[in-house]
Write a protein that binds this ligand. Sequence first.
Ligand code: 4AD
Ligand code: MG
Length: 463
Amino acid sequence: MIPTIKEIFSLKAEGQAVTVRGWIRTKRQTKSAVFLEVNDGSCFANIQCVFDQGSPAFQAIAPELEKATTGASASIEGTLVPSPATGQKLEVSARSIQIIGEAPADTYPLQKKAHSLEFLREQAHLRPRTNTFGAVARVRNRMAFAVHQFFQERGFQYVHTPLITASDAEGAGAMFQVTTLDLQKIAQSGTVDYEKDFFGKPAYLTVSGQLNVETYCQAMNRVYTFGPAFRAENSNTTRHLAEFWMIEPEIAFATLEDDIELAKSFITQLVKTALEDCAEDLAFFDARIQPGLVADLQKVVAGSFYRVTYTEAIDALLKSGQEFEFKPYWGCDLQSEHEKFLTEKVVGGPLVVTDYPKDIKAFYMKQNDDGKTVAAMDILVPRFGEIIGGSEREWRLDLLEKRIKDLGLDSNNYWWYIDLRRYGSTPHAGFGLGFERLLLYITGMTNIRDVIPFPRAPKLAGF
Ligand code: 4AD
Ligand code: MG
């Protein structure tokens, strides 16, 4: 393998011969030279390759340089020399060029001018070649690795939970059904015979790996899962995807306090890693996407998380005098406008909210002694609200069974989950971090469809 542009910048020195392979971002021509900016995605920076029009070899390579248009792939040979241009130490004094794949200027969709994010969403196959999406992809990659590092360093075991399931983990019913039955035939016959379906019963894409990861928690203590989750809620917002990635740790012999501590150090560690290892990309986001981003992230690393109960949060909203589209009251689900108000106007940073009313939370959360609330916690952040949702789990058999019954859920779909409370049950707790929400937070991007390579959302065209 030839060195990447990142490796050339970090490992090679002035005077060394190099071969650059990448995609041409721009071509600029003066009387004396042709300048190509080449990028290969290994780092934010392009490498500038300069072809001297006065050199004896220039006539021979001129026809190839004609084909060097924006988007074309090329292999360029030359020598590293100090760059007089600002912002880069080295450039390539180029000797030869070979165009590997042309990108005709009259049809290539990504020409030099800045494209809107909306336009680029329709060019999902080409958008990784832009500054913005290259930077998002590198941060996403680093954060995925950092997730594993964080848990592995703390003795957590990585568990692969299934994507196909019979149980609705959140009890909210927003699931995609998985079937091999012919819908057309069912429509004609008017009946569904699940005996004939692939699994012999209704099956769905999972909304969360939590219930399955709890089984391993009750055998191995510290575990986590990191995989895709699917939600068929018709939320056409900048914060929701139909297919997203979630990280869900689960810890045994643990309380809500342990859970909150783990979640806070997890977020802090991820932000710290991004600041340290993705500095070039974050500088771009700070300059072009979200002014003040880096300073805000630095504050997260240095500071503490504010914490309130749900009841205190509702009080603060009611006393604020702020007009909300959705009027808050005790018992309401916090809307994104409420979450934004609390994090941006009241505390100016991340906020942990605990002890939500049981009626707005999932069946598995541990009931508090007041009979009204559950040992739940959400972490909210400025700009979009909820980034983490978690809780202590109801580990007492009778209370869990009663809750499932009261909510009208079919206990047959949760028999093994209930069994965990029958045999060797322990207090335990966990949370879910939406990976794309984390990336919105760290990159300052504003639409969740721009922080996953191939977004899936209701009626979204392009796949
Ligand atoms: O709050 P949620 O629904 O919690 C659970 O799924 C629990 N099983 C987690 C656990 O305790 N193990 O989802 C967790 C997080 C949210 O805070 C949000 O960041 C993200 O997942 N999330 C979504 N991200 C993108 N698109 C969606 N449709 C999302 N729904 C939830
Ligand atoms: Mg939630």
